[in-house]
Design a protein. Structure first.
Length: 333
């Protein structure tokens, strides 16, 4: 089962939790200085460390069709940077597809664990477990002064990025997200769209993560993010409570109209998908619609372009995807 098929803690606000470790193997060049031959050596060493005896499957990106690569990104199992994969790029995943080891991204190795709902500690432990399997046979580039050495200086130190994906429709609609961004920036956190750096906050989904990796411990990163994210969640929930108490028929009508479109529309593009998702998910969390946030999250991901093509077993055009998307919504809404 994928991470989005589980109902994690506090799903009304927290869609998922993710922890990522950046690691490089000693004595190999970083970044563009790493040639394909050395890259393949690293890939083979990681493959050996994460053999099938450990429950991991290993896939070279060069063997994947473009839609399969994009699907991994849509499922949040790989980063968008992996779409610019090099000849030796690969991904190793555990049986549950909740831990991904990316080879050939910005660093030699990116270890990522993702959990449903608010579960940063679980994601962190899963990352460390995967790291330990590699660390048994490999030596990571490390400095007593700077910590783990990485391609980008912003990852020096722990090499850890922790993030939570949060559903914040009321803070968005009340125009408060800029204030949230500024407040979080002051304590070393950043707010991005649902696909990370440079992405838009489609569906009122925001990724909140640490900016500082040097001079802090892994535990401090997790605790700081947990505390801040819970404060944001409290504010979002308070606004939802007022929405229910003082909400107008216009507000309720918007939610129910979106549910109606999901149930009966024949054409739905990606932009409208995210708008419908936000309205219906808010309706579920406020008790206006019977449903499960996890089921809706799974439906959203299955309706993204590459996933639609894979599920349909064909390379669909944009207009064909819009028709297929509407069909899936009708079947599952």
């Amino acid at each position: 089962m994928f991470w989005y098929e589980y109902k994690g803690p506090e799903k009304d606000v927290f869609v998922s939790s993710r922890v990522r470790l950046a690691r490089n193997i000693v004595d190999y060049p970083f970044g563009e200085r790493l040639d394909d031959a050395c890259g393949r050596e690293i890939a083979e060493r990681v493959k050996k460390a994460l053999s099938q005896d450990c429950g991991y499957t290993f896939t070279e990106f060069s063997t994947l069709a473009e839609k399969e690569k994009i699907s991994l990104v849509e499922n949040h199992r790989a980063s968008p940077e992996m779409l610019r994969a090099r000849a030796f790029s690969a991904i190793a995943e555990n049986e549950e597809k909740s831990v991904s080891v990316l080879i050939g991204e910005e660093d030699h190795i990116r270890i990522q664990a993702i959990r449903s709902g608010l579960d940063l500690s679980g994601a962190r432990e899963a990352c460390f477990e995967a790291e330990g399997l590699i660390d048994k046979n490999e030596k990571f580039a490390y400095s007593e002064k700077l910590g783990y050495l990485t391609h980008c200086p912003t990852n020096l130190g722990t090499g850890m990025r922790a993030s939570v994906m949060m559903f914040l429709p009321m803070l968005t609609r009340m125009g408060r997200m800029e204030g949230v961004r500024q407040s979080l920036h002051k304590i070393g956190l950043t707010v991005r769209g649902e696909s990370g750096e440079g992405s838009a906050a489609r569906g009122d989904l925001y990724q909140i993560s640490n900016r500082t990796t040097l001079g802090v411990s892994e535990e401090e990163i997790i605790n700081n993010l947990n505390e801040a994210a819970n404060a944001v969640a409290r504010e979002e929930r308070a606004l939802r409570e007022k929405y229910i108490t003082n909400g107008t028929k216009d507000s309720e009508d918007r939610i129910m109209r979106s549910l109606g479109i999901m149930k009966y529309a024949r054409i739905v593009d990606t932009q409208e998908l995210y708008r419908l998702y936000s309205d219906v998910r808010l309706g579920i969390s406020c008790g206006l619609i019977k449903g499960d946030e996890s089921e809706l999250d799974r439906l959203l991901i299955s309706c993204l372009p590459a996933n639609l093509c894979i599920l349909a077993g064909a390379d669909l055009s944009a207009s064909e995807r819009d028709i297929e998307r509407a069909k899936r919504l009708r079947q599952n809404a």
